[in-house]
Design a protein around this ligand. Structure first.
Ligand code: KIV
Length: 267
């Protein structure tokens, strides 16, 4: 899918997006026919074991984005701009966004509404497609005071509506809506001409995104109601590792079929 197809899908068909951070994840998601891959800064929680997304650096994200591009050469890849990679100055933001494009991203994503609209316009004017992100914006966790559902008060709804309008005017090609009351996400989706991609934002968004580790049951410590587990990989992997551990210790592995009787690698 290219950016035109993503924009034109609005009202015609739903879009699927999943996070990916490595070569084989990307290969598998492309094989599954997923429309878009987000190299999210959730990389911090899921891969690096940080408590939240705030410590993630450009260098860490660049390695992940280039690996995902190599694994999924034909899928639309979005790079999440980490905390402080776009807030400090416009120059730094443009340079960092450009670095993601140079290693193979098709677009970047950044969090916020009114406060980033000017920057979004600049990036788009310079040829860097931008995906917006409204609702719960995890890089603001310390200001929000936790991971709370958004759109519950008139003030919050007003801010969301304003954010969607400003981002659309600035030229985003899509907007992630995270943890938003379903009725409000529906209204936001109806009010904008760009596709909305929901996570914990109900059934009426134009597409959905889930974090790899939640969708596949790898992170079982986190089970909010908006996550649907399509597999139980943590159990499958731990069971496989237990079996390997046992077989190494009791001498079952390696078996005769796993050894080189003569010649080894040269044959
Ligand atoms: O970093 C991430 O994975 C995200 C999604 C939750 C949208 O931003």
């Amino acid at each position: 899918m290219n950016i035109r197809q993503i924009i034109n899908s609005k009202g015609k068909r739903k879009l699927s997006m999943v996070t990916a951070y490595s070569y084989f994840q990307a290969k598998m998601a492309e094989e599954a026919g997923i429309d878009m891959m987000l190299v999210g800064d959730s990389y911090g929680n899921t891969i690096l074991g940080y408590e939240n997304t705030l410590p993630v650096t450009m260098e860490e994200m660049l390695i992940a984005v280039s690996a995902v591009r190599r694994g999924a050469p034909n899928t639309f890849v979005i790079a999440d701009m980490p905390f402080l990679s776009y807030q400090v100055s416009e120059e730094k933001a443009i340079e960092n966004a450009g670095r993601f494009i140079k290693v193979g991203a098709n677009a970047v994503k950044l969090e916020g509404g009114a406060e980033v609209a000017g920057l979004v316009k600049k990036l788009v004017d310079f040829g860097i497609p931008v995906m917006g992100h409204l609702g719960l914006t995890p890089q603001h966790v310390n200001v929000i005071g936790g991971y709370r559902v958004q759109g519950k008060t008139d003030k919050s709804v007003k801010r969301l509506l304003e954010g969607v309008k400003l981002l659309e005017e600035a030229g985003v090609f899509a907007i992630v809506l995270e943890l938003v009351v379903e009725g409000i996400a529906k209204k936001l989706t109806e009010e904008t001409s760009v596709p909305t991609i929901g996570i914990g934002a109900g059934r009426y968004c134009d597409g959905q995104v889930l974090v790899w580790h939640d969708l596949l049951g790898i992170n079982t410590e986190f089970s909010p109601r908006f996550v649907k587990r399509y597999a139980n990989l943590r159990k499958d992997i731990v069971d496989a590792l237990k079996k390997y551990n046992e077989e190494v210790k009791n001498g079952e592995f390696p078996g005769p079929e796993n050894v080189f009787e003569s010649g080894g690698f040269d044959e």
